[in-house]
Design a protein around this ligand. Structure first.
Ligand SMILES: Cc1cc2nc3c(=O)[nH]c(=O)nc-3n(C[C@H](O)[C@H](O)[C@H](O)COP(=O)(O)OP(=O)(O)OC[C@H]3O[C@@H](n4cnc5c(N)ncnc54)[C@H](O)[C@@H]3O)c2cc1C
Length: 298
């Protein structure tokens, strides 16, 4: 791998032996052999082609806000998209590269009197990550505002998909099914009243602060809500609020959040998730579905 990486030109920012706990919102993970920041979409495409040709394992990361890494070394390349951050806004059409932070974009468009991204104003991911998994909140989600998505497919072709071809479903899209890499997204927003859009964002922020343990590292909701039920309520009714394994704890504020309270490892979080799943299955016969993604466990 080292000889392949050393061929990359100076436009790439390359870091080696990085502690992944600095790059994930749960603050867990082992050492990544390399973290590479491409400077542009073209450079990202070039990098992915090179890694694929040389059979080097890689993982694209937005803001690491939905990931649970094990403590093992990641013997490959983490591709960070922070430099894919161009955005153009013309009338109500937003064209934005995958690395752009969703909260920033939600606030910027709100300030321009554009409505549609309010739901994302509390989601700490990048636009590519939100699109890949059709992130959502408050009965809205990416699928409602995406017009088209430019992706890199597994054969290294850059293709543009219209909304109807994205196979959006609950927290999923064709990108997840076919391992497409999101490069750029075109969103269609609606003109609205700036003050009421900002007021809605403010109200939701207040509700999140009241109901979610935002003062601790986490990755948002752990489990999907089963049809007609709330995972948080099921977990709370089992008396598991405050229950810990190692440094990972079921939040006392919101039972569907696990927090890294005391130097937790990915293993602590995983064990706690599996324990909750087992208890819920025993008591209610329900198989909770995990929303967060385990990386580097095989
Ligand atoms: C406090 C808090 C609150 C949250 N609230 C919500 C919420 O209300 N609703 C919600 O849906 N989620 C929520 N989340 C979870 C998380 O923020 C979202 O799932 C978000 O979409 C993840 O984006 P990311 O950029 O951090 O992706 P990452 O965690 O970095 O990656 C997640 C997956 O997406 C893939 N990926 C990332 N970028 C790309 C790309 N450009 N192309 C292809 N694949 C890519 C990664 O490989 C990985 O498989 C919350 C998290 C936290 C910490």
């Amino acid at each position: 791998m080292n000889n392949v990486i050393s061929k990359l030109d100076d436009s790439y920012k390359i870091l080696d032996n990085q502690d992944l706990s600095k790059y994930t919102t749960y603050k867990v993970g082992g050492i990544a052999k390399y973290i590479i920041y491409p400077a542009s979409i073209d450079k990202l495409v070039e990098l992915v082609k090179l890694l694929r040709e040389n059979n080097i394992k890689f993982k694209v990361m937005g803001n690491g806000s939905n990931l649970i890494f094990s403590s093992k070394e990641y013997d490959g390349v983490i591709i960070k998209l922070n430099n894919l951050n161009n955005v153009t806004i013309e009338d109500n059409i937003v064209t934005v590269e995958a690395g752009y932070p969703a909260i920033k974009l939600a606030l910027e468009t709100a300030n321009m009197g554009l409505s549609g991204l309010e739901f994302a104003s509390g989601i700490p991911g990048a636009i590519g990550g939100l699109t890949y998994m059709n992130a959502g909140a408050y009965l809205s989600e990416m699928s409602k505002i995406v017009d088209e998505v430019t992706v890199l497919d597994k054969d290294n072709n850059v293709i543009t998909l219209k909304n109807k071809d994205m196979n959006f479903s609950y927290r999923s899209s064709i990108c997840k099914e076919k391992e497409y890499i999101v490069l750029k997204v075109k969103l269609i927003l609606e003109h609205g009243n700036k003050d009421s859009i900002l007021a809605l964002i403010e109200d939701r922020k207040r509700r999140r602060i009241e109901s979610q343990p935002l003062e601790y590292p986490s990755a948002g909701s752990v489990f999907r809500n089963p049809e007609g039920l709330f995972s948080g309520k099921l977990i709370e009714d089992l008396g598991l609020k405050g229950y810990s394994i190692g440094g990972a704890t079921v939040s006392k504020k919101h039972a569907n959040f696990i927090i890294n309270e005391n130097n937790a490892s990915g293993e602590d979080i995983r064990n706690l998730i599996l324990y909750i799943k087992q208890r819920v299955k025993e008591k209610y016969g329900i198989d909770l579905i995990i929303e967060q993604e385990f990386v580097n466990w095989e």
